[in-house]
Design a binder for this molecule. Structure first.
Ligand code: ATP
Ligand code: MG
Length: 391
């Protein structure tokens, strides 16, 4: 038995004249997601991508990898048949049976790009439908709203048979690399990996930056962030994670600025360092996992004060989401279990007892003037190290 993998993609189809460009990026990302030597060919035909696995390749693993590539709506294993009606009916019917176990109704759809094939499309549907009914007595045909569709495609050299029920859904969205580059502020928490995922899903290429404050934050806390970055990289492909030592800066803020302003001044400095990194990497925006009202530093007043520290856009894809909604995405993408490991974050080591929730920018700037803000920002930037993260 020979199988190929058939991939349908989503929004790219709407791209009109630009479609080819988006398809090229999608194909590049698919090649990157697959193991080298696992496929012989990847080609696009009429908005469908066909991947021919190499002999002996682990097709389940390929399907799993492809189902994480942004832009892809569904991934299906497909039986490749000799172009003879009797072979298609017998082998095809056998092939789709497992997928039909959990269905009550089905219909057959046939597509024939080879018009010389011995059966017409309606004949293929009728005969395949009958063969399936005979082999699966629990099924009924429903042409209006079937539980699944069995598809038979007669191509130039061979025929394909598969059932929609056996498809695995992809994440949808736009292919990573089609939507600009941005720097994700990645903590060890639940929110920021989800924020990175959501922006990458819209085609954004990520760099990431993590601030840590040894000895107040541990080596294990840093490792946890690298683990989270690796999970993200399964979807986005390889990216750079910048690691910023932030102890001196945090201590300077703690020792010199009014307590109720500590968090906001620290967040302004984080943004300022991240902006420098973004500019160095030609990234055009920052991304955070902030959500309106979640904590004192995420009220609208506080976010406005944070924004003032930089002059590039800050994207906050979680801004209107509840924690429960964020958690359900974190579970789906596989970051949740790592995020809830109990390690400290530099944002939580020096927290004021009564942080301001309605800060005025003027007052914060006054407090910030008590430290050499620019100098400390530059120092953190200069001491930043870098790791390459792979999924
Ligand atoms: P998360 O669950 O992602 O940690 P949070 O709800 O704990 O978010 P905060 O700790 O206030 O919220 O952080 C808000 C955002 O600031 C995070 O989503 C992340 O983008 C960024 N951030 C916080 N701590 C760090 C850090 N140590 N390094 C890089 N970015 C950070
Ligand atoms: Mg956090």
């Amino acid at each position: 038995m020979r199988e190929i993998i058939l991939i349908k993609y989503g929004e790219i189809i709407l791209k009109g004249l630009n479609r080819g460009k988006f398809e090229d990026i999608l194909l590049r990302n698919m090649r990157r997601a697959l193991l080298k030597n696992s496929y012989d060919e990847i080609r696009v035909m009429q908005a469908v991508v066909y991947v021919t696995p190499a002999g002996g390749a682990d097709i389940d693993n390929m399907v799993q990898r492809l189902s994480r590539v942004f832009g892809i709506l569904s991934v299906a294993r497909v039986l490749v048949c000799e172009k003879k009606a009797e072979v298609i009916l017998e082998k095809g019917c056998e092939y789709v049976s497992a997928a039909l176990d959990s269905c009550k109704t089905f219909k057959v759809e046939a597509k024939r790009s080879d018009k010389t094939f011995e059966l017409t499309s309606p004949q293929i549907c009728a005969q395949m439908g009958e063969a399936i009914l005979n082999a699966n007595p629990h099924l009924e045909v429903d042409v209006i709203k079937p539980d699944t569709i069995v598809r038979v495609e007669i191509r130039d050299k061979e025929a394909y048979v598969y059932a929609d029920a056996a498809r695995i859904l992809g994440p949808g969205g736009m292919p990573t690399g089609s939507g600009g580059k941005a720097t994700l502020l990645l903590s060890g928490g639940i929110d920021s990996p989800v924020a990175g995922y959501m922006m990458a899903k819209r085609g954004v290429t990520l760099d990431a930056v993590h601030f840590f404050s040894p000895p107040y934050t541990s080596e294990a806390a840093k490792e946890k962030v690298i683990d989270l970055a690796r999970i993200l990289a399964r979807y986005t492909g390889v990216f750079s994670l910048y690691i910023v030592p932030f102890t001196e800066q945090q201590l300077a803020i703690r020792d010199n600025c009014p307590e109720e302003h500590l968090t906001l001044i620290m967040r302004r400095m984080m943004m300022a360092v991240a902006e420098k990194l973004a500019r160095q990497n030609k990234d055009i925006a920052l991304i955070t996992g902030e959500s309106l009202g979640q904590v004192a530093s995420q009220t609208m007043h506080a976010l406005a004060v944070t924004n003032d520290a930089v002059s590039i856009p800050i994207f906050r894809p979680l801004i209107g989401m509840d924690k429960e909604e964020i958690i359900s995405i974190a579970r789906k993408i596989g970051t949740f279990e790592t995020s809830i490991l109990p390690y400290e974050d530099c944002c939580t080591v020096f927290v004021p007892r009564h942080p301001t929730t309605r800060p005025s920018l003027e007052k914060i700037l006054e407090s910030q003037a008590k430290i050499p803000f620019e100098k400390l920002t530059e120092k953190a930037f200069m001491e930043t190290t870098w790791v390459k993260v792979e999924g």
